[in-house]
Ligand binder design. Sequence first.
Ligand code: SAM
Length: 238
Amino acid sequence: MLNKCKMAFMNKVFEKQGIILSEEKERKFEKFCSLLKEYNEKFNLTSIKEDDEIYEKHFSDSLKGEEFFFKNANVIEIGSGGGFPSVPLKIAREDLSFTLLEATEKKCGYLKTVGKALSFDNFTVICGRAEELGKDSSYREKFDMVTARAVARLNVLCEYCLPFIKTGGSFVAYKGDAEEEINEALNAIETLGGKIVKVKNFVLSEKSGRRNVIVIEKVKSTPSEYPRSNGAIKKKPL
Ligand code: SAM
């Protein structure tokens, strides 16, 4: 059973976003929180260690983009790390199918454990790099949506992410301060076949400050020369 204090806190966090959670989902958030803390002692998943901060800076933040995910979308997440934003989104929205792509093997092991412990269907973890799988015909332009948080600057991130989605699909990018990064990424977005359709600017809390969810629609296919090798992407970002 959830302790009353934590339940009240969670309801406060989620109700602000118009999200009503069943007891079962509340229990899943609690289980996820304890797995995150347990595995954080073995691998470096997050610098955030207190429950209240985990609920706010990871769980609530991850759900800030929930409204942009189409019903039943097939979503790939790039650079999952501790499982953000994918795991909170999957708890809240069982209709979404998720493929989590993460470069570090031990984090992939942890993410698979989370998927099993929370009894997720349609939840796959792949250990690999975005710039390599984005060229693989089994993954390229195969997804309805792509998402990422805290992986790279937006111009670099677009080259990792946009190749995975079909024309008509969307990239939901979670960012801190975004204005400078958006300006810097305009050329990358256009070159890779994207168009910004929405920037949701919000204050997570007084302490956490301002954040953004940027929605980029794929309006045309990504040219076959992208993504380039990681060295080329980093040396000469679009
Ligand atoms: N998305 C999580 C979050 O918001 O807490 C994790 C962020 S962590 C700072 C970045 C993660 O992206 C790391 O786990 C790293 O291994 C992974 N990563 C970085 N570049 C990647 C790439 N090119 N392909 C796949 N994963 C990548």
